[in-house]
Design a protein around this ligand. Structure first.
Ligand SMILES: CC(C)(COP(=O)(O)OP(=O)(O)OC[C@H]1O[C@@H](n2cnc3c(N)ncnc32)[C@H](O)[C@@H]1OP(=O)(O)O)[C@@H](O)C(=O)NCCC(=O)NCCS
Length: 180
């Protein structure tokens, strides 16, 4: 079944929470956390869902500095973006949805002129690490006992953005309707 990416809306949050609880049972984000992230008080957030057959089958979020030079044709380069979350329903794994979500976040970071993108991933999460390495991320650090209550370490990964990836001119927004 074809999946498409679009911006996450408030109405998606219950379905997102169901996936969140299934995939991150130890430290699932709450409804209030997602509502706050999507609300006006959290600047520079960019959340997407992947939808197939009318169901939310994945989601991802990025925090990137809001371009300061709003009126200019190109945002000032050099900021740091962070991948905040990334998940795909197990029944949809291996179809490229995770890759598409990640690529969409990277495109957004590029559009906002970010020089680098960081993320944290559980040390025992080989699948996600493969996905990130395949998209140019490399390990740059370790946070011991970062995930609670399990005490699992977090691997910190960084992906430098190639200057050629940065938005070359007037905003070329990512199509929110990308099909997979
Ligand atoms: C990690 C996760 C998001 C991947 O989603 P997905 O839709 O299955 O991802 P994809 O189909 O794009 O990628 C699947 C495979 O292709 C690999 N891959 C994708 N793009 C690649 C690339 N450009 N180069 C090399 N390998 C690549 C992945 O590493 C993975 O390999 P595997 O099948 O051998 O394990 C998903 O497994 C998930 O939601 N896991 C639970 C939640 C989670 O761990 N989130 C990440 C928290 S940091």
């Amino acid at each position: 079944m074809t999946a498409r990416l679009r911006r996450m809306a408030a109405g998606d949050v219950p379905a997102v929470i169901d996936l969140e609880r299934e995939l991150f049972p130890d430290d699932a984000w709450t409804l209030e956390m997602f509502a706050s992230e999507l609300g006006g008080r959290s600047a520079g957030r960019y959340y997407l869902v992947a939808e197939a057959g009318g169901q939310v089958v994945g989601y991802a979020g990025l925090m990137a500095p809001v371009p300061r030079q709003a009126g200019r044709s190109r945002p000032e380069a050099g900021g740091q973006a962070d991948v905040l979350t990334m998940a795909v329903a197990p029944s949809s794994w291996g179809r490229g949805i995770g890759s598409a979500l990640l690529e969409a976040l990277l495109a957004q970071a590029a559009e906002q002129g970010c020089a680098e993108v960081f993320l944290e991933v559980r040390a025992d999460n080989q699948r996600a690490q493969r996905l990130y390495r395949g998209h140019g991320f490399a390990e740059v650090g370790l946070r011991r006992g970062y995930y609670q209550p399990s005490g699992m370490d977090a691997i910190v990964m960084r992906r430098p953005m190639d200057p050629a990836e940065l938005s070359p001119g007037p905003a070329a927004p990512l199509s929110p309707e990308r099909r997979l």
